[in-house]
Design a protein around this ligand. Structure first.
Ligand SMILES: [Zn+2]
Length: 296
């Protein structure tokens, strides 16, 4: 059912939603204008055209998970890949340190939000999936260190003591992004939270190029290069090997349990915006170590 992606005003027709969005943007309502500019167009269009664009944007061909994957690629790997992903094609020490310092906060919040999904759901396969994920992220498995531990080791290998890494507070952009995800976890249905969080794991999904992504999350040559410490390769390889199944499995659960697809779509888009902001924060932090890491 047609939905306003900002305030969730609902109608039986996209034309009515378009009229609603149109009149609010004419009144310069900041959140509606921002959504429109970020997702559809920065040019002014009439209601008729807007209605067509909205319908096209939200139409699901096949499964909801295909729509999520397609939008993720458009936003992060499309014509203009996110600047952090561009930086990861040849990351220097500053970029990797920016990654480590901000990501520790992301990972701590990650497991908290997943716990909220567990708290809210009655589905055993979802509980098990989330517990496995928390385990891998925070405790490690089969004797392997956790992602969190691998991240800290990467930082140490770049010459920053663990104590110093842990002493950093998150940058404001990271904090804002984290607050968005916390709000989603508390206020929205667990399926929406599941979709919002695990679709982010698509970022490192190896198979994304099959669906049209222009590049991978990082240049895979790093994994065999002698220019990077082993700990950097260990951290990147872990995500490279794990997140493909993570994101894919979670999206299958989203397809299985979603009842209100439009609400899931709207929440996922919010999560993508937060993620873009958060990835930028990693670069902002990197600039403290190398002012030539340029934000685009
Ligand atoms: Zn609205």
């Amino acid at each position: 059912m047609p939905i306003c992606p900002v305030c969730e005003y609902r109608s039986t027709e996209w034309k009515e939603v378009a009229g609603h969005l149109y009149s609010l943007t004419r009144k310069s309502d900041a959140t509606h204008v921002m959504w429109l500019n970020r997702n559809l167009t920065i040019k002014e269009v009439d209601v008729e055209k807007l209605s067509e664009m909205l319908e096209e944007f939200f139409s699901i061909r096949g499964e909801l998970s295909s729509w999520i994957r397609e939008k993720f690629i458009q936003k992060f790997y499309g014509e203009n890949p996110h600047p952090f992903i561009l930086a990861m094609q040849k990351p220097n020490r500053a970029v990797l340190l920016g990654y480590v310092i901000e990501h520790q906060h992301f990972l701590k919040n990650w497991v908290k939000v997943l716990s909220e999904i567990i708290f809210k759901t009655d589905e055993d396969d979802v509980v098990k999936y989330e517990l496995d994920n928390i385990n891998v992220e925070y405790f490690g498995y089969n004797g392997k260190p956790s992602h969190y531990e691998l991240l800290l080791r990467m930082g140490e290998s770049l010459g920053m003591p663990r104590k110093e890494i842990l002493g950093y507070s998150p940058l404001p952009s990271t904090k804002t992004a984290i607050n968005t995800w916390r709000r989603i976890a508390i206020e929205r249905d667990w399926v929406e939270t599941l979709a919002a969080m695990h679709s982010l794991e698509l970022v490192a999904d190896k198979t994304l190029r099959k669906y049209g992504a222009k590049m991978h999350y990082f240049n895979e040559a790093i994994l065999t290069s002698n220019d990077y410490p082993q700990e950097v390769k260990d951290f990147l390889r872990e995500g490279y090997e794990a997140d493909q199944s993570h994101a894919g499995e979670a999206l299958t659960l989203v397809d299985k349990y979603s009842k209100d697809e439009e609400r899931v779509q709207v929440t996922v888009l919010r999560s993508f915006d937060a993620f873009a902001k958060y990835l930028t924060a990693r670069l902002e932090r990197a600039m403290e170590f190398d002012s030539k890491v340029i934000l685009q």
